[in-house]
Each structure stands twice: as C-alpha cells, then as structure tokens.
Design a protein around this ligand. Structure first.
Ligand code: 8IG
Length: 265
C-alpha cells in the first residue's frame, strides 16, 4: 500500500522532472477569486496539469483551474502555485484534499500560503477585502492525520508571516476562519453560530490543508479574500458569480500584496 506521504514524494519527483526545478521554496494555493492575481507573481514560469502528477484528480468547480504553475520569481524564489484545490465537499477524501500540501512539502517548500475566497461576518469587510487568518475552527469533524498523531496547532498561522504581511499592507485585518463542510453556503443561523464561536470568516477550505502543512513542518500564512458578506449579514442572496467578480475586481490588490510579500519571506 502506498501511503499518502509516499504518494506525495512520487508527485514531487514527477514535478521536479516536468518543471526542471529540483527544489521549490514557497507554495501557494489559490482559492476562489485569487486566480486573476497569479500573473503578478512572475512571468518566467512553466505550467503543468495537476493530472500530470500522481495522486491528483481533475478540478471540479467553474473558475477553479486544475493547473500548477512553477514560477521563477524576480527575487529568485521558486514558487509552486496551485491554481486550484480539491475541496472536502468533492467527496474524494481528506487525503486528496491535502495531497497538494504534502506534495509541496516533499518538493522542498518550507512555507505555504493558503488563500481562499470566503464569506465575512464583519459588515465593514466589503467584497474584495483581504483578511489574514489568525486562527481557525474546523467544523468538518475530520482531520488529515490518522492515528495517534498529536500535532500541536498553537500559532498554526505564523505570527511572523502575518507581521510581514502587515509590513506590506498596514490596513490588513485579521480573523478566525471557520471551515464548514459545504458545498451549500450557511444558513443565517449557522453564520450567527460561527460568530458566537469566535469566527469572523466562513468558508469551505484551508483548515485541513493547514493541519497537513503543520504536520509537514511548513510555516503557514493564510489569507482570505472576503468575496461576499456571509448569509444573513447582508440581505443579499449569495451566488458564485458574485464571488468570481469580487476576485476580478480585487486581482490587482491581491497580486501586489503577494508580489511584495513573497520576497520578504
Ligand atoms: I467565495 O459565504 C465563499 N465561499 N462556507 N460561505 C462558505 N464558503 C464560502 C462563502 C461563504 N463564500
């Protein structure tokens, strides 16, 4: 039986062969609304399909592209950018959700930037506002870890990296990200519950990946793009087209944020 860790090693070896890059430095996972920002990270790149690597399955959501871009940045970093992710709600299992994270670790990345599009509970966060993830609440009732593997999640989202992000943009707020299983959005009562629990952001990704990244020893930065106010916070209904539009409108800011931040890491 191939373990998830061995499968990730195989994927990393295939990645090195197909990109010609022996070691990657920083991994990024792009969530809903983040794809338009990718071009700001560098023009010197090779792109492969995730399905060219062992263990990856095809992307399932409109606006999510099943590609991996290996970028040589202007500052000389090898960036490994996943242009889409596998979501828990796809039903492929938690190991499939975190396979990109484990592949990034096996490819040599010491740092991972997990991004997402999400709903915001703070009414002052208009669509297109980036928020640093300070901590999370995992409501999926599962873990990527199996067995007696008691990984410490204190300071899961690196205070050092959050500090660097604020050096780039002092207006950045922080929040607690709550992962629901999805794929439906929350009811207003569930959003209210998330707020009572201490949450500021609601989404369908990131927490399981962060746990796997911590297990792998990577330093983690989480950035949410608030693409909509969470259900019941505004009287507007939620729809996926709004999410994609908020991303397009915020692309310049997100690209500049990442482009300025990564060289400092
Ligand atoms: I984009 O309001 C996006 N993803 N759970 N709730 C949840 N996920 C989301 C939301 C949201 N917006």
């Amino acid at each position: 039986m191939t373990t998830p860790y061995e499968l990730a090693k195989e994927a990393a070896a295939a990645l090195a062969e197909k990109t010609g890059v022996e070691k990657h430095d920083i991994a990024l996972v792009l969530g809903s609304g983040w794809l338009p920002a990718v071009d700001a990270l560098g023009e010197d790149y090779t792109e492969i399909a995730t399905t060219d690597l062992p263990g990856f399955s095809a992307a399932a959501v409109a606006g999510h592209s099943g590609k991996i871009r290996s970028i040589r940045s202007a500052s000389g970093q090898n960036l490994l950018v996943f242009l889409s992710r596998t979501h828990y709600y796809e039903g492929k299992g938690v190991a499939a959700v975190v396979h990109p994270v484990r592949t990034a670790a096996a490819a040599g990345c010491e740092t991972i930037v997990l991004t997402n599009g999400c709903g915001g509970l703070n009414p002052s966060w208009s669509p297109g506002t980036p928020v640093l993830i300070r901590d999370h609440i995992n409501l999926t009732a599962t873990s990527p870890l199996v067995g007696a593997n008691f990984v410490d999640l204190t300071d899961l989202y690196s205070a050092r990296l959050r500090g660097l992000a604020k050096e780039v943009d002092a207006t950045l707020d922080e929040g607690v990200y709550v992962q629901f299983p999805g794929p439906h959005y929350e009811t207003p009562a569930e959003v209210k519950m998330a707020g009572i629990l201490g949450g500021d952001l609601v989404g369908m990704s990131t927490t399981l990946e962060a746990i796997a990244a911590r297990e792998a020893g990577m330093e983690i930065l989480g950035i949410s793009l608030v693409t909509n106010l969470a259900a019941g916070i505004s009287d507007q209904p939620l729809d996926h087209a709004e999410v994609l539009e908020a991303g397009r409108n915020a692309a310049t800011r997100m690209g500049a944020l990442l482009g300025d931040l990564l060289p400092k890491i």
